[in-house]
Design a protein around this ligand. Structure first.
Ligand code: SAM
Ligand code: SF4
Length: 331
């Protein structure tokens, strides 16, 4: 397998594929209240188109793939897509980010299809608050999804918590305490300014350091080796001594990890993004649908990667957000 190195000497080996911009929730931090206009059926890449791009990317050096959305499990036959992706030679790590609402029914099938680990977004442990932030979600279904994933053998299960001041910052300790008995990895993610209409404001942000400080008022944390078990993501990992689970901190704002960014993102409408915070996109769908061969797709991919920015655009206090809302990128 080849290795993909960008112009800033970063190894690019991770592709996030958004398979839909539809979602069964409406999280306040991800999409505006009125929702977002959805792509038409023909605008979305078909599974065979996704697989063609994924196969090419894997040949070039991608070995980690994450399927995301919108909510990936609302798209029909997502399990089959997972299965096809898992069969691509060179894919070493295949995962999904989901809100967990539909996971209870399909966790065993996903595991069988080749998805060995999963990230589940859950921003509150209080049913009413969860309902409010997701504009209608039922927390008990997420728990059912977590339990089904555990029973199916999916491991690790990472719980993504977007920390928002004035909303769920009172739940930092309860989330951290979950890891005492339960072998979950709870990851606190700094709230990011993505999407021109998002409700992001600087005063909503809590830095990862502040979250860690608050957790340590309960009990000191010990570091966990991040490279253990092939974890090489941006989370800084810790745990309470003797705890079953782990606690991660992801700090795209206060301590960006651009220098080691290894990611590409394919949107559901077939655009390749090399940086979450940039509006630059390479239109792969156009090439796919105008009958171009793999060489041409490869050139477009290589060209896009050569433009991957060194840093995101809101350093030094200047906030530059991309226009696409998160629900149309995939996180
Ligand atoms: N629907 C799935 C879910 O919620 O897990 C997958 C798509 S969602 C866009 C992917 C991830 O992005 C979720 O973990 C979500 O919490 C996170 N996310 C969305 N908007 C965000 C924001 N403004 N800042 C930080 N994380 C965000
Ligand atoms: Fe849907 Fe995920 Fe966005 Fe929530 S964060 S609205 S579940 S896509």
């Amino acid at each position: 397998m080849s290795t993909l190195i960008d112009t800033h000497n970063r190894k690019i080996n991770y592709l996030r594929i958004s398979i839909t911009d539809r979602c069964n929730l409406r999280c306040q931090y991800c999409m505006p209240k009125e929702g977002v206009s959805q792509f038409g059926h023909s605008e979305i890449l078909r599974y065979e188109e996704i697989l063609r791009i994924a196969a090419l990317a894997v040949k070039k050096g991608i070995n980690k793939i994450r399927v995301t959305g919108g909510e990936p499990l609302v798209r029909k036959d997502a399990v089959q897509l997972i299965n096809h992706l898992s069969l691509l030679r060179g894919v070493e790590d295949l995962s999904m980010t989901t809100n967990g609402i539909l996971l209870a029914d399909c966790a065993p099938a996903l595991f069988q299809a080749g998805m060995k680990r999963v990230n589940i977004s859950m921003d509150s442990l209080e049913p009413e608050k969860y309902r409010r932030i997701t504009r209608g979600g039922d927390l008990s279904r997420v728990w059912a999804g977590i339990e089904a994933a555990q029973s199916a053998g999916i491991f690790p299960i990472k719980i993504n918590v977007v920390a928002i001041a004035g909303f769920n910052d009172t739940e930092i300790l309860p989330f951290a305490r979950l890891t005492m008995e339960n072998p979950l990895q709870v990851r606190f993610i700094e709230f990011m300014p993505v999407g021109s209409l998002s409700e992001w404001r600087p005063e909503h942000c809590i830095s990862a350091d502040e979250i860690k400080r608050r957790i340590e008022t309960f009990h000191p944390l010990v570091p966990v080796d991040n490279s253990k078990n092939g974890h090489d993501g941006p989370a800084r990992l810790f745990k309470f001594p003797g705890a079953a689970g782990e606690i991660g901190f992801i700090s795209p704002i206060s301590d960006h990890f651009c220098d080691s960014c290894n990611r590409l993102r394919l949107t559901a409408d077939g655009k390749l993004k090399t940086c979450l915070f940039s509006d630059e996109e390479a239109d792969l769908k156009f090439l796919l649908r105008s009958g171009r061969d793999d060489q041409e797709l490869d050139r477009k991919l290589t060209g896009a990667i050569s433009q991957k920015p060194l840093r995101h655009g809101f350093l030094g206090g200047v906030i530059k957000r991309c226009h696409r809302p998160m629900v149309k990128i995939g996180g």
